[in-house]
Design a binder for this molecule. Structure first.
Ligand code: CMX
Length: 434
């Protein structure tokens, strides 16, 4: 058994027993009540699931196993000479509930490099799709095509004891994460770089190798990828990509089926696709003012035009957060450090000043502040990655680390089939009368 797997089993299996006992003793303790409004508004604020890897505070933002993004930036291992955390470290933290050492992170890196081989039929399947197929469709389809490799599905077919589910799930989770950068880079180079592909460099860390396969060997882009792939990993369990992965996994669908479902959710414009929509919106804004840098007054006018057309301002608002997203701030700090004079960054800063008061004045929006997607595109454009339809794939590669470590925990603690009750509106009308 590899060291990481051993360490995981040492933590997860006793916790599973502890949890079983906890539920047996405390199962009838009431933890909340909910309203008709909550049922009709997407179950927001209703506690209905347990996710161990991260927790979102509306005012403070995300904490991974108790640590905020600034704390993790300081505490997680870095590449030599780098200031940005390595995504391997946050994966280890989410999996083990413990900060990793440099050796732990190297071990994860080596495991992923060793497991990263992608079978030829996945590339053949991608090659059969029109190049105009949206990169997220290609990404999700490629993950499904990889399902032929599922260790869990094969073991289940042979006959698998419930208490051993976690073991082949560990293999699937590690193999899938290891393969994603190769798949994503293939899609990028296929669609945008004339099918000229770049072989992986197993000596590089996971994020740097991904940057390399995408065709970006500038060290600052590697820094950006390490930060990007760290901050997008997880946002507790109820967001669409995490919830979809968890829900599908609850039917004992393997990691490939589950993660592909999560990616179909991430591809929605109210969720991860917002990162491409932000850039499209900013470029349209510029084009509207004859490709000049728009003034704050012009930005305000364009925001009002967007709203008057019944559209959302992409990158602003959030279902849970009620302050500026700390992931936005982490990217802003990166920009201030490495690209303070970038023209698009300046526009993003002006948008940050202009948009919140206008959204607040609508009187209905619960959070007028920017989310993670409001900033990521301009950083990528700065280093030459201008193909914004691809951006959500980058988000997806990162999101795999959170939702798949959660899925592994689901199998380790014998998380059951998810099957919430549903009612008709007629039933609701009756309840309201009572
Ligand atoms: N621009 C315009 N209107 C907005 C808005 C925005 N950015 N954000 C919310 N609103 C509107 C809603 O559409 C809703 O209008 P109606 O009552 O007419 O339907 C009203 O304000 C209340 O919405 P809310 O309760 O504040 O927000 P929700 O929890 O319903 O939705 C979210 C959250 C993120 C979908 C929404 O803020 C939005 O559409 N933002 C723009 C898209 C975006 O950036 N998504 C990325 C989120 C982060 C991620 O998952 O990656």
């Amino acid at each position: 058994m590899d060291k990481l797997k051993e360490e995981f089993a040492r933590r997860a299996l006793p916790f599973s027993a502890q949890l079983k006992e906890f539920i047996k003793t405390n199962g009838d303790v009431v933890i909340g009540q909910y309203t008709i409004d909550q049922v009709y508004s997407g179950m927001k604020g209703m506690i209905g699931m347990v996710t161990e890897t991260s927790k979102l505070d509306p005012d403070e933002g995300i904490r991974f196993r108790g640590y905020s993004i600034p704390e993790l930036t300081a505490k997680l291992p870095k590449a030599p000479g780098g200031a940005e955390p390595l995504p391997e470290g946050i994966f280890y933290l989410m999996l083990m509930n413990e900060l990793p050492t440099d050796d732990d992170v190297t071990n994860v890196s080596n495991q992923w490099a060793r497991r990263s081989n992608v079978p030829k039929h996945v590339f053949d399947m991608l090659d059969a799709l029109p190049k105009t197929t949206h990169p997220m469709t290609q990404f999700s389809a490629a993950v499904l095509a990889l399902q032929t490799e599922s260790v869990f599905a094969a073991a289940y077919r042979k006959g698998l004891n419930k208490k051993d589910y976690w073991d082949p799930m560990y293999e699937d989770v590690m193999n899938l994460i290891a393969r994603l950068p190769r798949v994503a880079a293939y899609i990028y180079r296929r669609v945008y770089k004339n099918d000229v592909h770049i072989e992986p460099d197993p000596k590089l860390d996971w994020a740097a190798n991904f940057a390399h396969m995408l065709g970006y060997d500038d060290y600052d882009f590697k820094r950006l990828m390490r930060l990007y792939l760290t901050i997008h990993v997880d946002h507790e369990g109820g967001n669409v990509s995490a919830h979809a992965t968890h829900l599908v996994g609850s039917a004992l669908s393997d990691a490939y089926y589950s993660f592909s479902s999560g990616m179909n959710g991430l591809a929605g414009p109210l969720h991860g696709l917002a990162n491409q929509e932000v850039v499209r919106w900013i470029l349209d804004l510029k084009a509207y003012y004859n490709d000049q840098v728009p003034t704050k007054e012009q930005i305000a006018e364009y925001v009002k035009k967007t709203l008057s057309e019944g559209k959302v301002v992409p990158g602003y608002g959030h279902a849970v957060l009620r302050k500026t997203d700390p992931r936005y701030i982490a990217q802003r700090e990166f920009a201030l450090k490495y690209m303070p004079d970038d023209e698009l960054f300046k526009i993003v800063q002006n948008i940050y000043e202009v948009v919140p008061p206008i959204l607040s004045s609508m009187g209905k929006i619960k959070n007028p502040w920017p989310n993670v997607d409001a900033h990521s595109g301009v950083l990528l454009i700065h280093y030459g990655m201008v193909e914004y339809d691809f951006y959500t794939v980058l988000f997806g590669v990162s999101r795999a680390l959170g939702v798949l470590s959660s899925l592994l925990w689901d199998r380790a603690v014998a998380s059951p089939l998810e099957r919430p009750g549903s009612v008709t509106s007629e039933w609701m009308f009756e309840q309201a009368k009572k």
